[in-house]
Design a protein around this ligand. Sequence first.
Ligand code: BES
Ligand code: ZN
Length: 461
Amino acid sequence: MSGLKRRDLIGGAAALAALAMVGATAPSAFATPRMRPGAGSAPALGLADRAVAASVDARRALTHIQHLAGRIGPRIGGTESEHRAADYAAARFEELGYQVTRQPFPVADKYLADLVLPDGERWQASASPQGSFDTEVEAAVVDVRGGGVQDGADYAGRDVTGQFALIDHRTADRDAQVRGAVERGAAGVLLVAASSSADRKAPAFLPTLTEPVGVPVLGLGQAHGEWLRRRLVAGPVRLRVIVTAHTGLTSYNVLAERPASIPSDDQVVMVSAHYDSVPGSPGANDDASGSALCLELARVLRRLPTQKALRFALWGSEEQGLIGSRYYVNQLDDHAAERIAACFQNDMVATSHPPADLYWLLSVDGADNLATATVAEAAARLGYTADVAGPEARGGSDHVPFHERGIAAANFSWRGEAGPHLLEPVYHTPEDTVAGNISNTRLQVSLELVGSAVYEVARAR
Ligand code: BES
Ligand code: ZN
């Protein structure tokens, strides 16, 4: 069992204590073959590893996650929330001296709702395009469980006239559930997503309907439903719901480049992540973590001597089907595609979910390529081999368009030992937060692994 597995990975005080250790020992640890934080074996580091692995700092990356997932919150492709995140990332890259471009591309309309709680807290849900939108409704919440469709008793003694009906969503009954609430005079319908598996909470969802209704209809994440019910036990809850149709949207990829300092082969190494998230989720691990990793590596790699150029890419609208990365790869001419030595995609690189204790090398075809092989080599040099698994075949992230174009690409991510399908229970939910789903130790290991591998490729070869 490796050091990482033994370590308490839950956030908060334990993680801070672990980081204090990293901080205290990082620069000097490289003078002696001291173990890396959470490593299973002693390191055998080259000079280049020392320049990168001793300098990357999860605490700095954490400030970026806090900004993206904490201050901005959900970052929905093409909306103002994603634009704010793009501005933040572009400003950080520019401060570091990178040449920054924003690449625009069109994306589909979004129907979103803000739920404002009495204490000012704001939650996000998806809204039905067949319900009313561009409107604001304030009302109390009445819990009618199954919405009376299977058992009329759900409404017994409960008057929803002019109130929000809170209903446990059943996909097959959705239209009847909404109709029943509207016929009883509800001012709005809050459908709570039902969990399809015991170990995963349900995300917010888009509740499309077969016919239009005259009130807002929202698809809430299961966690938001649970939180609402907990508050209802304590007393009445009034909500302000603001529903907005976002149309004619433009999403952006944020690209940041620095040239080779000793140009040799006209090649470029790419390091990437997606900075958008799904509706209702702050997306701290998915994928503010990867975005923050890119920003921190950009800091450390900005002035190191390289023979290849370095290009960071933060993809927009990944969550709607890899739209940003596909757009980017499609507009590359053959020469530009051939210049890319490898693309290192970082998606979900810091979860604190204890069972996700393996760092997976995920290529689309499961084969080794320059990205997976150099990270595996970095793991061996840094003493992390026992923490790393793969290569294993897995798509579902922005490495896919690169692979399809014949470019060496892989996604890197912490997952369970049984396989990369074992994601944390809060994946895509309102509980993917900095406090609940970020491990500083795992973030540090991710930074060291990808940082060392990227520098290895960029430096020579
Ligand atoms: N980070 C997630 C999930 C993921 C799973 C990435 C496995 C890499 C490997 C990603 O943002 C996501 O949600 N992907 C979607 C597909 C995408 C095309 C919308 C998924 O895997 O369901
Ligand atoms: Zn993701």
